[in-house]
Design a protein around this ligand. Structure first.
Ligand code: NAD
Length: 480
């Protein structure tokens, strides 16, 4: 059985407490590795190592840090297949998806921020004959990065890359549910030339390791991606310590389908935006709102396409969906489907666990599920499910569509399908969301601001927003 280790001060170590946690393969439901069950002592050691490493890492300068990060990206790319297999085994996602999306995007995150830092500008403000101001952006020092299980290495690198590029040292915690690829990466840091203590990876439970990072007095900034409830707890602890916080939280994303859209392209993409990664992407559309004049046509065509999706072995090329991430999460999603039934919803397809054979007989599979007949205020249309479940609601006018779209406490992403340019602008402006995709989904330019409004988060990641988060701006005013 594989034993995973923490990366602290450049060394791979067990947890100080000496205990371990089980790591499960969702495809089989079996334990296949052990994870350090770290606590505040491990976080403290990591934080001290990070503080010792900071002056030299910062002094290395942009080019030196960039070169080390580019080497790390290259080492991951050289081992892309190994990383993809680990990601699929750990998360249950189709291997093809990990090969095509997760690992290439993790590599792209490292390369993007390793080069973005070379072009990161500072501003100057001239006051006629009085003075000149310039903005000096300095790294914060030691920062905490806490990430979830749905896109493990993809979201882990999305945080640590801008933090490191900006000159910080990092105490990072991957999800305890999917720790494998972060561990695989930690074995490459030395060869990449990342000095000891610059990147520390502490594995373990959220309420122990994540909470210790959040509460540590020598970690003044926290970048967190995960559930809204966890984000609220982190904010509660961090706010009185005046920590800098970036919170990327849950969503309940609407897909607005107008009758004038390109129907076939919309249909293809809406199947993907509903069920990619078993619906476990914070950007998946979970409430599909369809103009009444095409509602029946859409419903029939969509349900036919969803019924044809194959749920199966993540390693098999023909599987469209693999397993959901954990037994607990499967029970939660099945409970949400039961709730939808009890609220009066009609399950048009799916709605149950899928039992596979042989080695996969204990795996955690759910059939892609489409539900209709529920109003906007019921719990099914208000609460995040984060699984392969979507609802359909018809609308009559653009105003109705917007009212439905904005009728939740979340505001992460939204998708609009229309060929009317004027409507595109009107609707995009009126949607309460940090991200609006028009006639597409998951098209990502890493320079754009990424994040949500309302209960979907605080702050923006990506491009200069991430580099600004991980630096402190100082205005220097010089009299002329
Ligand atoms: P989670 O909130 O349970 O856990 C996220 C991370 O926080 C994990 O590493 C966990 O160990 C840690 N954690 C848990 N309790 C903690 C505490 N008290 N203090 C500090 N850290 C703690 O979320 P999850 O179940 O891993 O991920 C799913 C959620 O993440 C969904 O709600 C999804 O919408 C959200 N998500 C958001 C985005 C985004 O960009 N907005 C992206 C992906 C996922």
């Amino acid at each position: 059985m594989e034993q995973l280790l923490n990366l602290i001060d450049g060394e791979l170590r067990s947890a100080v407490g000496g205990t371990s946690l089980d790591v499960y393969a969702p495809a089989t439901g079996q334990v296949y590795a052990q994870l350090p069950d770290s606590d505040d002592r491990d976080v403290h050691a990591a934080t001290e190592a990070a503080h010792r490493a900071f002056p030299a890492w910062n002094a290395l300068g942009r080019e030196g840090r960039s070169a080390a990060m580019l080497r790390l990206a290259q080492l991951i790319e050289d081992d892309l297949e190994g990383f993809a297999q680990d990601e699929s085994r750990d998360n249950g996602k189709p291997l093809a998806l990990a090969r095509r999306v997760d690992i290439p995007r993790a590599i792209a995150n490292l390369r993007f921020f390793a080069t973005a830092i070379l072009h990161f500008p500072s501003e100057a403000h001239l006051m006629d004959d009085v003075a000149v101001n310039y903005t000096d952006r300095q790294p914060i020092g030691v920062v905490g990065c806490i990430s979830p299980w749905n896109l493990p290495l993809y979201l882990f690198t999305w945080k640590i890359a801008p933090a490191l590029a900006a000159g910080n040292c990092v105490v990072a915690k991957p999800s305890e549910v999917t720790p494998l690829t972060a561990f695989r990466m930690s074995r490459l840091c030395k060869a990449a030339g990342i000095p000891p203590g610059v990147l520390n990876i502490v594995h373990g439970l959220g309420p122990k390791v994540g909470a210790a990072i959040t509460a540590h007095p020598c970690i003044p900034a926290i970048s967190f991606t995960g559930g809204t409830r966890t984000g609220a707890e982190i904010a509660r602890v961090a706010a009185p310590m005046f920590k800098k916080l970036s919170l990327e939280l849950g969503g309940k994303n609407p897909v607005l389908v107008f009758a004038d859209c390109d129907f076939e392209e919309m249909l293809d993409t809406t199947v993907r935006s509903s069920f990619t990664n078993q619906g476990q992407i914070c950007l998946c559309g979970s409430r599909i709102l369809v103009e009444r004049s095409i509602h029946t046509r859409f419903r029939d065509a969509f349900v036919e396409r969803v019924k044809a999706l194959r749920v199966g072995d993540p390693n098999a090329a023909e599987s469209d969906l693999g397993a959901v991430v954990s037994h607990g999460h499967m029970e939660k999603v099945l409970g949400c489907i039961e709730l939808a039934r009890s609220e009066g919803g009609t399950v048009l397809c799916g709605g149950e666990r899928v039992m596979l054979d042989g080695a996969l007989k204990d795996g955690w599979y759910i059939a892609p599920t489409v539900i209709e007949g529920l109003g906007p205020q019921c719990r099914t249309n208000q609460e995040e499910i984060f699984g392969p479940v979507v609802t359909l609601q018809p609308f009559d006018t653009e105003a109705d569509a917007l009212a439905l779209a904005n009728a939740t406490s979340y505001g992460l992403a939204s998708v609009v399908w229309t060929r009317d340019v004027q409507r595109t602008h009107r609707v995009a402006r009126a949607l309460q969301a940090g991200i609006v995709w028009v006639n597409c989904w998951m098209v990502r330019d890493l320079r754009t601001p990424f994040g949500g409004v309302k209960q979907s988060g605080v702050g923006r990641e990506g491009g200069v927003d991430a580099l600004r988060f991980f630096t402190e701006a100082k205005n220097v005013c010089i009299k002329l």
